[in-house]
Write a protein that binds this ligand. Structure first.
Ligand SMILES: Cc1cc2nc3c(=O)[nH]c(=O)nc-3n(C[C@H](O)[C@H](O)[C@H](O)COP(=O)(O)OP(=O)(O)OC[C@H]3O[C@@H](n4cnc5c(N)ncnc54)[C@H](O)[C@@H]3O)c2cc1C
Length: 473
């Protein structure tokens, strides 16, 4: 397929997850605002857009199978929602049910949650929760007096927090808190690429605890104070639907995996089952890093080799819908997290009905278990029935839930969780430098510069702006 005269520059985006969609959206915005003649195509291997974002309705239940919440502390996710007209559909977490528990030392223990209460109260609540032993509490307090220490180029989360707060705090507080985001291993994950805020706190204020105690209390957006997480009334899939509506003339090729990328006379060509697609002046790869690495194998073997080193893990979410009256008391809070050292078979569970409104009918209670990753990867070998059984046993043992669910659903996320291991920032720097030799070629997506919807939106849009600049300079 050759470029037709007068249709302007052709640009392709490979991958229709939120990063690719945000990139395509920004390309369309820039073309409109700058009056550029841009012909845009989006290639997606599966038969739907959204990637990890998937909302399904089962009866009156709304199941966000992948991400279920957008972090408000990073504004780019909600900014995009507002920009595309979803302001009125943004819903906060339900304050009246606020709370999260940690399964530690054999039972669930409530933790302070959110931005509402003062840091002093939060620290007190942590101390009272019994999540860690008394010797560990004293060791954590040492952070208040420890010197800054030499600034390191990078180190693991376990090394950083272990140095500041002690090993037990790493195992029982840090580990479960990262479970919900990375399903990762604090001994492998880079502190600078995951939570750079903490080394910055130490650099500026010498102590993590001091910095937390002095921190402002809430995220502000416009005139409203927002909780840490928000969602959309009908599920995050709405974001995907409405972005697509805003893509204008973009040609969307579903069920069209790109199998190779080559250099063509006037840019790049793509190989798909439908044949060769030629003459893209600009190309944004927004697939998982391991896919983009494979696609670039011949064209840019240097960056491709580095991208291959970005490790991914698989996970699953398992949903259970209950009749609340069958539960013998509605579970409290937003759910619980489990440290790996407890040796349980799930990473945690969310009480979806408590977390967000509009997710279940009256007298319905929706719960979701999170399993897999670096921590409970072995369990992922089970078939769907096996996963349901494991999750039900764990909900029984951890949270006392024995009720028969009305239905269950299993969603598998194979090789979809990038892990920012120690050295990740350097690796990405090297990828960027090497890719600079290929003008018009860009990579984005959760594997590179930020996990989570806000970061993927930010990076997708930034990547699109960079590409426009390079094409029209
Ligand atoms: C279970 C789970 C829970 C999560 N919870 C949250 C949360 O609550 N909040 C939050 O902010 N984030 C959460 N995340 C993370 C967040 O959802 C992801 O990081 C983000 O959606 C990734 O977007 P992406 O576009 O980079 O990648 P993806 O969503 O993986 O999209 C990549 C796309 O590329 C396509 N593709 C692959 N190969 C090809 C090819 N050869 N040709 C064409 N297309 C191809 C894929 O089909 C896919 O659609 C969660 C993730 C998971 C899995």
């Amino acid at each position: 397929m050759a470029q037709t005269q007068g249709e302007g520059k052709r640009v392709a985006v490979v991958g229709g997850g939120i990063a690719g969609l945000a990139a395509a959206y920004e390309l369309a915005v820039q073309a409109r605002e700058q009056g550029l003649s841009l012909s845009l195509e989006l290639f997606e291997s599966s038969d739907r857009l959204g990637g990890a974002i998937l909302t399904e309705r089962v009866d009156d239940y709304v199941l966000d199978a992948g991400p279920d919440a957008v972090l408000t502390l990073k504004p780019w996710g909600l900014e995009l929602c507002r920009e595309i007209g979803l302001e009125d559909e943004i819903i906060p977490t339900q304050d009246e049910h606020r709370g999260v528990a940690l399964y530690s030392r054999g039972r669930l223990r409530s933790l302070p949650y959110g931005t509402g209460s003062s840091a002093v109260r939060k620290v007190r609540a942590y101390v009272a929760s019994g999540v860690v032993s008394w010797p560990a509490k004293l060791r954590m307090a040492a952070d208040l007096v420890l010197p800054r220490g030499a600034q390191k180029q990078d180190e693991s989360m376990a090394d950083f927090f272990g140095r500041r707060l002690g090993r037990e705090a790493v195992e029982r507080i840090v580990d479960p808190l990262i479970a919900g985001i990375y399903s990762g291993d604090p001994d492998k994950l880079s502190i600078y690429s995951t939570f750079p805020r903490f080394p910055q706190m130490v650099a500026k204020q010498r102590s993590i605890l001091l910095a937390l105690l002095r921190a402002p209390q809430s995220a502000r957006s416009g005139a409203r104070t927002l909780p840490i997480f928000c969602s959309l009334r009908d599920g995050l899939g709405r974001m995907v639907e409405v972005i697509v509506e805003r893509l204008g003339d973009t040609r969307i090729h579903l069920s069209t995996p790109v199998t190779a990328v080559e250099k063509a006379d006037s840019g790049y060509s793509l190989e798909t089952h439908a044949g060769r697609h030629n003459a893209y002046a600009g190309l944004i790869l927004a697939a998982p890093a391991w896919t983009s690495a494979r696609l670039l194998g011949d064209l840019a073997p240097g960056p491709a080799d580095k991208m291959k080193a970005i490790r991914y893990v698989s996970s699953a979410t398992v949903f259970f819908a209950y009749r609340t009256s069958d539960l013998g008391g509605r579970p409290r809070g937003f759910g619980f997290l489990v440290p790996a050292c407890e040796g349980r078979r799930i990473n945690g569970a969310t009480w979806i009905t408590n977390k967000f409104a509009h997710r279940s009918p009256d007298d319905g209670f929706l719960a979701r278990c999170f399993i897999g990753g670096d921590r409970t990867g072995e369990e992922m070998r089970a078939d769907d029935e096996g996963l349901v059984r494991i999750c039900r046993e764990e909900l029984r043992d951890i949270a006392g839930i024995t009720a028969q669910p009305l239905f269950s659903r299993v969603y598998r996320w194979k090789d979809s969780g990038p892990q920012y291991d120690v050295g990740h920032a350097n690796l990405i720097g090297e990828v960027d430098t090497a890719l600079a030799e290929h003008p018009g070629l860009e990579v984005t997506g959760a594997g590179f510069r930020g996990i989570g919807i806000p970061d993927c939106v930010y990076d997708g849009r930034e990547t699109a702006r960079r590409l426009i600049e390079s094409l029209y300079k």
